[in-house]
Design a protein. Structure first.
Length: 319
């Protein structure tokens, strides 16, 4: 039986060939002769306790325009696929959580889900990093304004961010004495109604917010350092940061040695760690990116590494 990979994605028209890691995964699977089928969240459904998906077969070309062709639309059980990659970007809302329950039903019938649905629910990308307290900067998670003011008084320079954001959205740097402190706290907590994370500001952000990819518990040998634009404190490409690749440092290898084991225990085959200076700030497992940028600069094939891990999980003897 041919290997068939399903991918839950955002609308195809929103993907960019030169940037999206999901496209690198499609290309890598296709090079192995695997069939690739794509679907969106709204294409998933539960029929009598069995999860189905409306999917199309996709053929992908590594070119900026006219990069895909769809055919063979069908509705079929997800457990008839070899594996399903969950690559839907945040927001991580109730709709996303509900979809993890549907994916879990397919997992219970033997379908490999990457990453594991329970892990997607349990491992909030901001909070997950705090499990590794020896590697995290000082932090608070609260919706109480006074707690945030006390943290600011203690550290004098902090970052405030929502627990469900991505791409640098709604991230604030606040210094002691900032006249906008009250309104920033009101905004980030929705007047004390939503939790947020506060972290001690790490000055090494000027040298880059480093994305370290972990595939099957092992690190990719290069990190992508995202260096903030002038006047910015956010190291996100979506916020105008520039990128350069670097070899892993000893500290980064130390972090991976601890985090990688936990990822594999939880069924997280592909993750992106965010590291500033020597400090782990986030662990991204919903739809980590930066494959394309590292591959372009270093000649790696990170998506193929992931396909090798998936092949081992599927016990494909020819791989």
């Amino acid at each position: 039986m041919p290997t068939t990979i399903g991918i839950v994605i955002d609308p195809l028209e929103t993907l960019r060939v030169n940037k999206d890691s999901t496209i690198a995964m499609m290309l890598a699977a296709q090079r192995r002769g695997w069939q690739v089928r794509v679907m969106e969240l709204g294409d998933l459904m539960l029929r009598d306790a069995r999860t189905y998906g409306r999917s199309c077969r996709i053929e992908v070309r590594d070119q900026p325009q006219d990069w895909y062709r769809l055919d063979d639309e069908q509705i079929a059980p997800l457990d008839e696929l070899s594996a399903v990659l969950m690559r839907k970007d945040p927001p991580f809302d109730m709709e996303y959580i509900q979809v993890t329950y549907l994916l879990e039903r397919a997992e219970q019938r033997g379908c490999l889900i990457v990453n594991r649905p329970q892990a997607l629910r349990d491992a909030n990308e901001k909070l997950f990093a705090t499990e590794f307290v020896d590697y995290c900067p000082a932090h608070r998670v609260t919706r109480q304004p006074q707690e945030l003011r006390d943290f600011l008084d203690q550290h004098q320079d902090i970052i405030l961010k929502p627990l469900d954001g991505m791409g640098g959205q709604s991230i604030f740097r606040v210094r002691a004495g900032d006249p906008n402190t009250a309104v920033i706290i009101e905004t980030i907590t929705h007047h004390g109604q939503r939790f947020c994370m506060a972290q001690r500001f790490i000055p090494e952000i000027a040298d880059g917010d480093k994305r370290l990819l972990i595939v099957g518990g092992e690190p990719v040998e290069y990190v992508l350092a995202r260096i903030p634009a002038p006047g910015e404190s956010r190291g996100n490409l979506a916020a105008g940061a520039r990128a350069e690749t670097r070899l892993l440092t000893a500290r980064e290898r130390e972090i991976v040695a601890t985090v990688g084991k936990v990822l594999m225990q939880r069924g997280i085959l592909f993750a992106g760690l965010d590291i500033i200076g020597d400090w782990l700030t986030e662990i991204n497992i919903t739809s980590p990116t930066c494959i394309r940028e590292i591959d372009r600069e270093r000649g790696t094939d990170i998506a193929d590494q992931l396909m090798s891990v998936i092949a081992r999980q599927l016990h494909l003897t020819s791989e």
